[in-house]
Ligand binder design. Sequence first.
Ligand code: PMP
Length: 284
Amino acid sequence: RIVYVNGEYLPEEEATVSVFDRGFLFADGVYEVTSVLGGKLIDFDGHFQRLKRSLAELDMPAPAAMDDLLEIHRELVARNEIEDGLVYLQVTRGAPADRDFAYPGEDVAPTLVLFTQSKPGLADSPAARAGIKVISIDDIRWGRRDIKTVQLLYPSMGKMMAKKAGADDAWMVEDGFVTEGTSNNAYIVKGKKIITRNLGNEILHGITRAAVLRFAREAQMEVEERPFTIEEAKGADEAFFTSASAFVMPVVSIDGVMLGDGTPGQLTKRLREIYLDESRKTAS
Ligand code: PMP
């Protein structure tokens, strides 16, 4: 596999980052994941805009190659012959000469790393056909979840807790209300209404979320952006989550409580089709 690191395309075995990199020592970095379908990037502009916002919120210098990011994405997709898969991008606050909590000066350039992951048949996963099971866990993350940082230890722990409980993923709950999934935004459907938490510092502003809500409204579906409790979710007709890599993913049980007949809901399935159709149309 060919990866990109600080201006160079290299075989992954030859790509290196300093042990003093602040991403490694302080989780001082942000990232983006963009899907590739049919060799094309899904919603690159959305991911680019959110990356700029994450960098600005953390006073992190933009990598020099900011204007070239689209081209680097395309180059990696081409060089690695990615038909379906992902492009992962990470920017960290670089590698100062020594470990220090204070941010380094302007002489330290940010570290920019990108790599691809090939996932044949990404849009047609068995999980999407069967639906997935989630458990609920306490949301004990920090207060700026709207910034897409690489601090992913608690989400990793959440996935392990889910696995241990015989489930696939976890939804996080704060003060009784669902915030989001470990790596996705959470939704329930009641009757014909789609309900998802409103934006704020408590959740990541999903790029897939923004697109799905736009397509839903365009298709005359009813959307309500408000917090919902885990109890309300367990009594919902349908549930699903969204993320760049899972698109619209049906959820069929929460903490062992089956939703509907335990298979993906009709509205969820329709929304998944709409999302895939529409986002393919504007893929770049
Ligand atoms: N919330 C969290 C915590 C996430 O990690 C992700 C995926 N990175 C999402 C939501 C979904 O965001 P997107 O649709 O932009 O992938």
